[in-house]
Ligand binder design. Structure first.
Ligand code: G3H
Length: 541
């Protein structure tokens, strides 16, 4: 019978794991990088249990893949002081280094991390249960992002190499760093999303305190030596430990200039409030989202089904950009639900190393129980699970549930489930989904499905002022990475794209003077002698 037997049988015994996907050994990290050195840690550690369970004589058990340090406020403060010292009020080696030299350091770092690709990808797969194919993609996308960032910075630098003359004033305008950046990434893209803030922050001349996500920590361990070797002492410092224990004091110190966090708006709000000088803190945040799909009566149902499956269930629905609520015109609901259930049934469930696997175990230990609670709440309020076996679970694995009809009395209507549950809401009037978006506390993206140009146009205009990206006849997504990625309301602060991120982690500074012979001579002398990294007309190619 499918549910118990098949769900249960996706997990294997230790010796059934293919050799090429096994970790050569458990990773017991006892080091962290701070102030240019790898420090040895002999205190408390956190056990990293994979979402992948192993069949043992005593039942299914999450596989232990290693441990990492649980440092205290003391080590976190030492890392902060190292970052403050390396920045040295903007006079440190890194913030005053030429753009060309900073780019060189980041290039060296990139070569070094590429050498670690195999182990990082495997750790990514084991730590968060992302399929091996998607883990590889995440690594490659990150490397591409770094190279695109370097190119974007060269462009920016070329544009800033010229002088502007206005009203008798000559000026050179460049972007300068902001100071110490506290960088925290999410578990669902622990490498990519961390690096899409960390790399721009770094390359713009800031110094860093980097706290890896709770799930997705060990995969950063093989990269620490590259950070140590490629950047001046104290420019990149790692902090390990329970966030709620070590982060508050860092914020209270007032020495963090930029908070960059991809995570929950609740955590971001609490942390921002702890900073004593709110005007000195810049926040670059990627937060909660509850992206809706609106499938109108004029939609191509087959296409809407395909995109809903991709949008709602890629990486088990654990994407901030995932489609987390589907509005379907009542006239199409029955056919849509039937086709959606059929497509969900085609998705391969299994272990992350299996070829073609689409649904895998979930890393957050509380998630199966939470999803069950959401589904039970919907059922108690009049909805049903439409697809066969929807919501059934086995340990860390949850089979996707299509839940219908969802309404405003249910948790699934407003809560970000961040997992494999697809709430479907019927509507008769387009005002209903528009009003949902107006009332929502989130404002990241929306997907409209319709082939009627007038209808699509009538939806675009109200919706672009509710969310930051309106997708037509396709799922929501962050990429291509050169496009702006942001959100309104509680979904984001600041904008990330290859170019925008460089701006987010910097501020414009200019050097200006009255245009007279004496100042012309002075400026020419400085430029000719290459004595300033800022006031310079050198071009980067
Ligand atoms: O978790 C949020 C990610 O930024 C989503 O990126 O849309 O490319 O999967 P993606």
């Amino acid at each position: 019978m499918f549910p118990k037997n098949q769900l249960d049988s996706i997990f294997v015994e230790e010796d059934q794991i293919p050799e090429e996907f096994k970790l050569s050994e458990e990773v017991h990290q006892r080091e962290y990088l701070s102030n240019g050195e790898m420090h040895t840690w002999s205190g408390e550690v956190h056990e990293v249990l994979s979402p992948v369970c192993i069949r043992t004589e005593t039942g299914l058990q999450r596989k232990l893949i290693g441990t990492y340090p649980l440092c205290s406020e003391k080590e976190a403060d030492a890392a902060l002081q190292a970052a403050v010292k390396a920045y040295d009020n903007g006079r440190g080696e890194w913030p005053t280094m030429s753009v060309a030299d900073r780019i060189y350091c980041v290039e060296q770092f990139t070569h070094r991390i590429i050498e670690k690709k195999a182990v990082v990808v495997k750790l990514l797969m084991w730590e968060i249960g992302k399929s091996y194919a998607d883990s590889l993609k995440e690594f490659d996308r990150t490397v591409e992002y770094i190279y695109a960032t370097i190119d974007a910075l060269k462009d920016l630098d070329r544009q800033s190499s010229k002088f502007s003359i206005e009203q008798g004033i000559v000026a050179q305008i460049r972007r300068s760093p902001l100071g110490v950046v506290l960088c925290m990434g999410p578990f669902n893209y622990p490498l990519n999303e961390t690096f899409t803030t960390l790399i721009p922050a770094l390359i713009m001349g800031n110094t860093l305190l980097f706290k890896p996500p709770k799930h997705g920590t060990l995969l950063h361990y093989p990269l620490l030596e590259a950070f140590r070797d490629c950047f001046p002492k104290g420019v990149v410092n790692t902090i390990y430990g329970r966030g709620n224990k070590i982060i508050p004091d860092l914020m209270k110190s007032g020495q963090v200039n930029v908070l960059t966090l991809i995570g929950s708006s609740k955590v971001a709000n609490e942390l921002k409030k702890l900073h004593p000088k709110v005007n000195r803190l810049r926040a670059i945040l990627g937060l909660d989202a509850k992206n809706a799909a609106i499938i109108t009566s004029k939609a191509d149902v087959k296409l809407a089904v395909q995109e809903t499956v991709l949008g709602a269930l890629s990486f088990n629905g654990q994407r901030c950009t995932a489609l987390k609520i589907i509005f379907i015109h009542s006239s199409l609901a029955e056919g849509f639900l039937e086709e959606l259930s059929a497509e969900v049934a085609k998705l391969k469930i299994g272990m992350p190393w299996e070829q073609g696997v689409a649904l895998t175990p979930l890393p957050e230990p509380h998630k199966p129980a939470y999803l069950k609670e959401c589904i039970a709440d919907a059922l108690a309020n009049g909805a049903r699970v439409v697809n066969a076996h929807g919501g059934e679970s086995c340990e860390s694995f949850v089979y996707p549930a299509v839940v219908y009809p969802v309404d405003k009395n249910m948790k699934l209507y407003t809560e970000e489930q961040f997992g494999p549950v697809i709430p479907v809401v019927p509507f008769n009037d387009l005002e209903e989904p528009i009003q949902y978006l107006i009332d929502s506390t989130h404002g990241q993206q929306v997907s409209i499905f319709s082939n009627d140009d007038e209808e699509v146009a009538a939806l675009i205009d109200p919706l672009v002022n509710q969310v930051s990206r309106v997708n037509i006849n396709c799922q929501c997504q962050r990429g291509p990475d050169v496009f702006p990625f942001t959100g309104r309301k509680d979904s984001a602060e600041g904008t990330l794209s290859v170019v925008d991120a460089l701006r987010s982690f910097s501020i414009r500074s200019l050097v200006a003077t009255k245009l007279n012979d004496s100042n012309k001579h002075l400026i020419n002398e400085i430029v000719d002698s290459n004595s300033s990294n800022f006031l310079s007309t050198k071009y980067l190619f």
